[in-house]
Design a protein around this ligand. Structure first.
Ligand code: IFM
Length: 735
């Protein structure tokens, strides 16, 4: 059940365990923890990911974000019956296990506090209400807090509570922690661990606070120290326990265990209520800039808050050396790797509502220019060519082979070789940030180097043939068609990139001559190179059908088998899954917005309305939406083309990707790009936010017919601008 700020689970849905575990992730931009249970549950995927902690395990093809020790465990027994969630069926068969007689869980998106209320009957017949609450402090990102209230509803039960840090964690079996040390003093327990290959260290400390004495015992088989308390709870009496935990890594400080121990002292001296208050205050500030209000559509309203919540909990606040992976920090999907998803999908809502965090994400790319230069050099090119998948090192980390299929064979993955448009996507993110933030210092010191050295790469990469410039062996956004020549998306975006590089050089020359000179020298932007850029801008091959007045996704595309995608509706699987991979790649079925993505990014700079409509009519019916990145982009473009119904339908589709698990893989993590895409479909698509010819923010709304209004705030050059867009259609209808 959803209310405007609350994601609720009522009653317990064991069949949606992994789905809800992902949706109910909490985080603070430093780390995130999935919505697993304090007492554990079979089949859970208990995960805490801390930004930047990658490791390459033995026998694995690529590095991945590492699952940190689990800070959640709080195990309660009631008159000797362990408290746990029990399936209804199991309950009657095994009364000795106790019975769960009430359950409600709520993630408050406004405060990022996860609460679970349960009613539990022990074998003795005693009934207790147990309320769990947790948050990852936004006011101090190293503090994690849990509160447990226990009320004796019936009977006077003996209660025992045990809490600890579980360091026996893996990434679905892959072991990343090598040297593990546990420590304890009279009150606290600590874990120190080092990743096997990369050598990152983590320090985690916890304390359990109770009105009753807490002792520390050694659990020798599990090699861990456990904090335990026990007491009798008189009928109708209640008690509250607190568990505080603290986390540091060697990315933050030399001795993470010591730092965690010290921070823990600070946390429990401050106390739960004050920590919670400070945390909520920070969230209030977040929403003050990042909330969007939609009048007239509660589902859309909730979906927008949900996606923004998930972007905010993983967006680094104080760290400019990490970025956001495709599945945020909420699951193992794509191993925490950073794709174009970040700059073209997740970044824009941050650029416009939390510019400092957008800057952090772009700095991550700046600091990895050497990885991009290595990749270009290794492929025989000049300049900087960003990896398709990136981790801490900035080197290419796309696996060359997929996981084994049923018959044991593996499919070759070409994206790391051929999906080269990412260098331009990053440039798009840099320039969008600059235009909106007016952060000239960032541009001069960092951003310009990204834009220009990736331009150097393209200037060198293009092939001079057939009296024009071409690009062979590419993968555009439509990944069903691999290693094709002259992807219109890539070729056209390269032209855009080189045009922008020129404009930037002009700006630098006038506004930052020293930086201009430095970059010209450093990147060897000599006259010959610049003359070639002009030539490329003029002579790049942009596949276009003059007769039909459409862009051609790539030459040869229309010679392949036509499969009428709409005929497969209604469907829950992708057309690729229905007709098979081998057939799909020989047809005109498109995985995701490709030419339509180009239309989203360039708008009317790509072509006049007639061509844009022709493109839409050609490509929309061929698109599978086999990637979660697709529906939101279609909603955005359809809104700009004033195709109201289809825009609303695509928006709804995008909004449900995680909430309804309509791709069936939410257990692997939140779809970060679909989240950012939804925000863009609303603000850039329906509301038409743009910078006008004078460089000022302006709107051009085309809202779905049943919406009354949309209000949002964006930052423009350091100032907040608030927009309320009313729907003229509704006004007319109501008149
Ligand atoms: O980057 C995307 C790609 O466009 C489609 N496949 C999944 C990747 C990660 O989300």
């Amino acid at each position: 059940m959803r209310r405007l700020w609350n994601l609720e689970e009522f009653p317990f849905h064991p069949e949606k365990l992994s789905h809800n575990e992902t949706l109910m992730t909490i985080g603070n931009g430093y780390l995130a923890t999935r919505g697993s249970f304090e007492e554990g549950f079979t089949g859970e995927s208990v995960t805490t990911m801390v930004h930047g902690i990658y490791d390459h395990a033995d026998g694995m093809l690529v590095p991945e974000l590492v699952n940190a020790p689990n800070w959640l465990p709080i195990k309660i027994t009631v008159d000797g019956t362990p408290f746990k969630l029990i399936n209804q069926n199991e309950m009657n068969l095994t009364p000795k296990n106790g019975a769960l007689i009430g359950y409600r869980r709520n993630l408050n998106l406004k405060t990022a506090v996860l609460t679970r209320e349960t009613l539990f009957r022990a074998e003795s017949g005693a009934i207790v209400r147990i309320v769990f609450e947790r948050f990852a402090s936004l006011a101090d990102e190293h503090i994690l807090a849990q509160r447990v209230q226990i009320v004796a509803v019936d009977g006077s039960p003996e209660i025992e509570v045990e809490a600890y840090i579980d360091h026996s964690v893996t990434n679905m079996g892959a072991q990343h922690w090598g040297k593990i040390e546990t420590k304890h003093d009279q009150n606290t327990v600590s874990v120190g661990a080092t990743t096997i290959q990369s050598g990152y260290r983590i320090g985690m400390s916890s304390v359990l606070l109770s009105d009753h004495k807490v002792e520390i015992l050694m659990d020798t088989p599990h090699k861990r120290a456990v904090m335990r308390t026990h007491f009798t709870l008189p009928r109708e009496a209640s008690t509250t326990l607190y568990k505080f935990s603290s986390v540091y890594t060697s990315r933050d400080i030399g001795d993470p265990v010591l730092a965690a121990q010290r921070k823990l002292q600070e946390a429990y001296k401050t106390g739960y209520d004050a920590l919670l208050q400070a945390h909520c205050k920070e969230w209030e500030l977040y929403w003050d800039s990042s909330d969007v209000q939609i009048e007239g559509d509660e589902s859309a309203q909730f979906a927008l808050r949900f996606v923004m919540y998930h972007i905010l909990i993983c967006a680094p606040r104080h760290d400019d050396d990490v970025s956001i992976g495709a599945k945020t920090l909420s699951g193992f999907g794509y191993k925490g790797h950073v794709f174009w998803d970040t700059e073209l999908f997740i970044l824009p809502p941050l650029t416009l509502t939390q510019p400092q965090m957008a800057r952090n994400l772009l700095m991550y790319r700046y600091k990895r220019l050497s990885g991009a230069r290595n990749k270009a050099k290794a492929s025989g090119y000049q300049g900087a060519m960003y990896p398709w998948e990136s981790t801490d090192t900035g080197e290419e980390t796309t696996p060359s082979w997929g996981d084994p299929q049923q018959d044991g064979t593996r499919i070759r993955i070409w994206t790391g070789d051929s999906e080269q448009h990412i260098s331009t996507d990053i440039t798009y993110g840099v320039l969008q940030y600059w235009h909106w933030s007016g952060d000239d210092n960032f541009l001069k010191q960092y951003g310009a180097e990204i834009v220009l050295d990736t331009a150097v790469f393209w200037g060198n990469r293009v092939e001079d043939k057939n009296s024009r410039y071409e690009l062979s062996q590419q993968i555009g956004p439509d990944e069903y068609h691999e290693n094709i020549d002259n992807s219109v998306f890539t070729n056209r975006m390269v032209v855009w990139h080189l045009e922008q590089a020129f404009a930037l050089l002009g700006w630098l020359k006038n506004n930052a001559p020293a930086d201009y000179q430095r970059l010209v020298k450093q990147l060897d932007l000599n006259d010959d190179r610049l003359a070639k850029w002009i030539d490329i801008i003029q002579k790049m091959y942009i596949p276009f059908d003059e007769q039909k007045q459409i862009h051609i996704q790539f030459p040869g595309f229309f010679e392949m088998e036509y499969v009428p995608v709409p005929h497969y509706e209604p469907r829950t699987a992708s057309v690729q899954a229905i007709i098979g991979h081998h057939r799909t790649i020989q047809t005109q079925v498109i995985k995701q917005a490709d030419v339509v993505m180009l239309m989203a990014l360039l708008g009317d700079k790509l072509a006049g309305r007639d061509v844009l409509i022709n493109n839409w009519n050609t490509y929309f019916p061929r698109t599978d939406h086999g990637s979660s990145l697709s529906p939101a982009i279609h909603a955005w473009v359809a809104a700009r083309l004033q195709l109201g119904d289809i825009a609303a339908e695509m928006f709804e589709h995008a909004a449900e990707i995680d909430l309804n698990d309509n791709k069936g893989n939410v257990r692997d993590g939140i779809h970060g790009a679909a989240s950012g895409g939804l925000w863009q479909a609303l603000v850039l698509g329906f509301c038409g936010l743009h910078l006008d010819d004078n460089g000022q923010p302006a709107v051009d709304p085309h809202l779905p017919a049943h919406w009354k209004s949309v209000s949002f705030t964006v930052y423009y050059r350091g100032e907040k601008r608030h927009f309320t867009v009313n729907n003229p259609v509704v006004e007319t209808l109501n008149a």
